[in-house]
Design a protein around this ligand. Structure first.
Ligand code: PLP
Length: 389
């Protein structure tokens, strides 16, 4: 599996191929038997402590905060849970209303549903292009709201949400702000102080580091209740021996992100891909085309073609992508994000996400366009724009 088998991997929003640095770190640490508990005071332990501390500094510097404001977790899901559950648990009696969006990742959406009664959740509506309808903000950010949780970039469309503007308005009312930045980290510059959020989540495997590691930025002074109790690791906010291999790999990616000023991924390939599709296919929608988007994500509705058939046909042509629809009890459900954008369920079920990484190439793009054209020809007669060859 991997680059060797000639598959064109365009599903980097799901997970990214490990970077060369990550592979080197992994080989050095695991294969060469480097180990030690960072809490041990002997040589092996202190070496590992230095590695974890260096990674913490590097993640902090990629986000514009201090190392003491970074809590390592097992990934984006845990970072989101710690942020939301950690804040809810700090408030007694149970807190008031929360403002969020229906486009949030399940680790935010279902956690909020789990913590709040339905009448205490207000969802900022989405516009048809996937952006947020901020005209609702003043109406939604009332005295009885204690927290806002809004993602920085959507995992399906790549559309960027105006978190800085939301945080400014929320803070004017004394409302706390959490931001799930898992799909924005490494794609657009992030400075937590400039965004002025209280909490922000990132994940390693979306930025060429190992899976099973992530981090939560928590503003200094913010009271957060630990969700995993035990030892005093991570400032007693997340007990358990650190995943030092994963943390070292995230530190490596963070250095890369800082060195590229937050832009590991370029928009060039995505743009060539979309122009290529538009020139060849008549019946497609590029979701969020005119909205501010992260540079690596392309959400395409192939009108009248079920995404499951499209994905199978693409894979037969060596192209791996994904669809936002989810399978539950054997039945396919359209994506929550696409439905919140006002798309009808037929179009939502005909939408495929292509997501590029720093290792994607122009050759990948060319082959992916060719594969899409062939699949549309096969599955959805009449959708091709006739070409004069
Ligand atoms: N938040 C967003 C926006 C995501 O896209 C994902 C993963 O797809 C997560 C959170 C969860 O991250 P992890 O897989 O590290 O738990």
């Amino acid at each position: 599996m991997g680059k060797k088998d000639n598959l064109i991997y365009l599903d980097s929003n799901s997970t990214t191929i490990l970077s060369k640095d990550t592979t080197t770190i992994f080989v050095d640490m695991v294969m060469n038997g480097m180990f030690g508990n960072p809490s041990s005071s002997h040589l092996y332990g202190s070496k590992m402590r230095l590695i974890v501390d260096a990674a913490r500094h590097s993640v902090a510097s990629s986000l514009g905060c201090s190392a003491s404001e970074i809590i390592f977790t097992s990934g984006g899901t845990e970072a989101n849970n710690l942020a939301l559950r950690g804040l809810y648990s700090e408030f007694s009696p149970p807190p008031n209303k929360i403002v969020s969006t229906e486009a949030e990742h399940s680790s935010v959406f279902y956690t909020i549903e789990n913590l709040s009664a339905p009448e205490k959740i207000k969802y900022i509506p989405l516009n048809r292009d996937g952006s947020l309808d901020v005209s609702y903000l003043d109406h939604f950010l009332t005295e009885d709201v204690f927290m806002v949780s809004v993602m920085l970039a959507n995992n399906e469309t790549g559309v960027i949400f105006p978190v800085k503007e939301i945080a400014k308005k929320a803070h004017e009312k004394g409302i706390l702000v959490h931001c799930d930045a898992v799909q924005a980290y490494g794609k657009i510059p992030i400075d937590v102080k400039d965004l002025d959020v209280d909490l922000l989540s990132i994940s390693g495997h979306k930025v060429h580091a190992l899976p099973g590691v992530g981090a939560l930025y928590a503003r200094r002074g913010l009271l957060l209740h630990p969700q995993i109790t035990g030892g005093s690791q991570e400032g007693s906010l997340r007990a358990g021996t650190e995943n030092y291999v994963g943390i070292a790999s995230l530190g490596g990616s963070a250095t890369d992100i800082r060195n590229t000023k937050g832009k590991l991924f370029s928009s060039e390939l995505r743009d060539v891909f979309e122009v290529g599709l538009k020139n060849r296919l008549g019946n497609i929608i590029i979701n969020g085309e005119r909205a501010a988007r992260v540079p690596n994500t392309s959400s395409i509705t192939f009108k009248g073609i079920h995404s499951a058939s499209m994905l199978t046909a693409l894979e037969e042509r060596n192209v791996l992508a994904s669809a936002g629809s989810a399978c539950s009890s054997g039945a396919m459900r359209p994506s929550r994000t696409l439905m919140a954008m006002g798309m009808d369920s037929e179009d939502a079920m005909s939408t495929v996400r292509f997501s590029f990484s720093k290792y994607s190439t122009i050759r990948d793009v060319g082959l992916a366009i060719k594969a899409c054209v062939e699949c549309v020809d096969l599955l959805g007669k009449n959708s091709l724009i006739p070409t004069i060859d």
